[in-house]
Design a protein around this ligand. Structure first.
Ligand code: G1P
Length: 276
């Protein structure tokens, strides 16, 4: 059983300045819900209940969000607004939230490595909260990945096809197709130029990792951008054993960009209007 989910959330969110000057980007709301809450809900749906969050300076609002606000709750008790806290209250009751800080921004691989102390020696999921994923009322992306993990017991990355001129924004894989929507990774490159990309299958912010990844990250030298890249550590893991890439079912919004954020907002707005 995968019980733990890691949320690297130490980044500066510079693309959303000035909004992110004093507020974590993970707290930006799509409709009335912060991005990171969507991620936690996806993890809970996949059976996880220990959320390990890698924060940094200026990220206290995340901790406060996943905690009770007694003053607020007593203020709105019995009013028509009380139900607006039901979902977050249910998450707080069900999950344990643990935190550690990434002191220096040394890349996603380093951020994940900082989570070692919170994860221990078990397989775990990773969610990058600015990739907002939805599959309507069907299984979420992490749930789909857990099912694959239960069969293959190896690290898995979620991928989607992107236009060739977009590949340099992502980790890109190529591999042997072993099932519908499932590839055994043979190559993996962080943010390649289009001419060098092995395919147009881009990694999005959902991973399941086996704990041997930690020693591999520790051995990983700085790569693209001078940062410790999880993509490089995963490539080492693929060479030693097996890593899968899964073309997930559902939609993913790149809420790390203004375009993706607006798209997500429109999508969820339409969904909510449809339900009303
Ligand atoms: C990170 C990873 C990259 C992956 C992407 C998904 O990049 O390094 O391999 O494709 O997340 O969102 P970032 O977007 O943090 O630059």
């Amino acid at each position: 059983m995968i019980k733990r989910c890691l949320f690297p959330a130490a980044g500066y969110g510079t693309r959303f300045l000035p909004a992110t000057k004093a507020m974590p980007k993970e707290m930006l709301p799509v409709m009335a819900k912060p991005l990171i809450q969507y991620g936690v809900e996806e993890a809970v749906e996949a059976g996880m209940d220990i959320m390990a969050i890698i924060t940094g300076r200026g990220k206290r609002a995340i901790e406060d969000h996943f905690d009770i606000s007694y003053e607020l709750e007593s203020q709105i008790k019995g009013s028509s607004k009380e139900h607006l806290l039901d979902d977050i209250r249910a998450l707080i009751d069900r999950c344990t939230f643990t935190y550690t800080r990434q002191i220096e921004m040394k890349g996603l691989g380093d951020a994940i490595y900082k989570g070692r102390v919170l994860i221990g020696n078990e397989p775990f999921a990773v969610v990058l909260a600015d990739d907002l994923c939805t599959n309507g009322t069907e299984d979420g992306v992490l749930s789909q990945m857990v099912k694959i993990y239960n069969k293959y017991r190896c690290s898995i990355v979620a991928v989607q096809e992107v236009p060739m001129d977009q590949v340099s924004k992502y980790g890109v894989i190529a591999g042997k197709k072993i099932d519908e929507d499932l590839f055994m990774v043979e190559t993996m490159v962080e943010k390649p130029d289009p001419e060098e990309a092995p395919s147009n299958l881009a990694i999005i912010g959902r991973y399941i990792l086996t704990p041997d990844i930690f020693d591999l990250i520790a051995q990983t030298k700085p790569g693209k951008g001078g940062e410790i890249q999880i993509t490089d550590a995963l490539m080492a893991q693929a060479e030693k054993g097996m890593v899968m890439a899964y073309k997930f079912k559902g939609r993913r919004f790149d809420c790390g960009s203004i375009d993706g954020f607006v798209e997500a907002t429109n999508y969820f707005y339409q969904q909510q209007k449809g339900e009303a």
